[in-house]
Ligand binder design. Structure first.
Ligand code: SF4
Length: 386
């Protein structure tokens, strides 16, 4: 006899209501088209409101991709350039400082810094990107470098990851973003980014950062050639790392960001004739992440990738954060994102309110930002499970 949709989700509903952890097999059920999306979303919303109430977090931030020239050739990447390609660029000190000045003038609290691994750039240049900005704009939080870059710096310097992270922190690094995770499972990773830091190195970098007291984020790039089992495997690996970091007394990952694949201008999309994931797929990934990652406080609906409408709905499908006002985003716009390149504060607050949530400006470390005529200051840390 066929089971009804509610019967399929009943055991999971019981666990979620009791605050119990979901298994790998539960994850596969949530991914199945037989599990109705509205019900999966309702369960995710239960966890979201338990952890973060009615808050819809955002920040005022900007991006810096100081070079797009990269030694690697990840097949999903539309951003990278070869050394001699016309689109290749390498920002020098004055351009980097100008980006910092513009950020501060526009009230940004955070700069998100990632980019390519330039064949000719020495480690000292990457360090200088951070120290130059930190020395001139000390209030700007620098959220910089993925494990792919940290691994590259370790190779350039022949030093361990812990040395690189401590040296970067001394230069002004405030925390790390979550990129470079893609899909951890080797069946997929070997096809989309076989050369860059593998999953072991990715986790080693975050584990070390957590041990040093740095907060970090984590991501998953979905909607290309992976299967549901690869996504659930990915989420469980993150959950296990978070268990380990929390047990060791670190604060661990702050936020998980599901990244919706964009197929334009990249080899992966062209060779596999891929389409952008649908809005329904995006919402399911948001909800599944919220339900599986019971030990990570925040789930972000990155509006740049999702589009504003889907990001709004995602605020009721597990997400509590919508990222920021964002300036100078290149990576997903190069891959076909059609969202605006910047959003004003009043607009971001309007779209959060319209989604039925209370807009709260946070800094990178989830402290409430207070603004006055003289500028901004940070208040109390916003605690989850509020
Ligand atoms: S994803 Fe990063 S490491 Fe891979 S090719 Fe693009 S810039 Fe290089």
């Amino acid at each position: 006899m066929l089971r009804t949709s509610s019967e399929i989700l009943a055991p999971i509903r019981e666990k979620v209501e009791a605050g119990e952890r979901l298994s790998f097999d539960d994850g596969l059920v949530l991914e199945s088209p037989e599990a109705p999306l509205p019900e999966v979303g309702e369960l995710a919303n239960l966890v979201r409101e338990r952890k973060n109430g009615n808050a819809g977090y955002y920040n005022i931030n900007t991006h810096l991709n100081a070079t797009n020239i990269c030694v690697y050739r990840c097949s999903f990447c539309a951003f990278r350039s070869d050394l001699r390609q016309a689109k290749g660029y390498w920002m020098q000190d004055d351009a980097i400082l100008e980006r910092g000045r513009e950020a501060v003038e526009n009230g940004c609290t955070e700069m998100h810094i990632v980019g390519g691994l330039h064949h000719q750039a020495k480690y000292d240049w990457y360090r200088k990107v951070v120290s130059l900005l930190h020395d001139n704009y000390p209030d700007l939080h620098l959220k910089a470098w993925t494990p792919v870059e940290i691994d590259w710096f370790a190779r350039l310097t022949k030093k361990p990851i812990s040395w690189v992270l401590e040296d970067q922190r001394e230069a002004g690094l405030g925390s790390m973003p979550g990129g470079g995770a893609e899909i951890f499972h080797p069946e997929i990773r070997s096809k989309i980014c076989e050369h860059k830091a593998d999953s072991g190195r990715w986790f080693e970098t975050h584990r070390t950062a957590h041990q040093l007291g740095l907060r970090t984020n984590c991501t998953m790039l979905y909607g290309h050639i992976e299967q549901p089992r690869h996504r659930i495997d990915h989420l469980i690996r993150l959950r296990e790392q978070q268990d380990e970091s929390l047990a060791a007394g670190s604060d661990g990952f702050q936020t998980f960001i599901p990244l919706s694949y964009h197929p334009e201008n990249n080899k992966l999309g062209e060779e596999n004739n891929l389409r952008k994931p649908s809005g329904l797929m995006d919402l399911r990934q948001m909800a599944v992440a919220r339900l599986m990652l019971d030990n990570i406080d925040h789930i972000k609906a990155y509006w740049i990738m999702l589009g504003i409408g889907t990001a709004q709905v995602a605020l009721s499908y597990g997400a509590d954060d919508i990222d920021g006002t964002v300036r100078h985003e290149l990576i997903y716009h190069d891959a076909g994102a059609t969202t605006p390149e910047v959003m004003g504060v009043s607009e971001i607050e309007r779209i959060i309110r319209e989604a039925g949530r209370e807009p709260i400006e946070r800094d990178t470390l989830y402290r409430r930002v207070e603004r006055s005529g003289e500028g901004w200051s940070v208040g109390e840390k916003i605690t989850a499970e509020a």
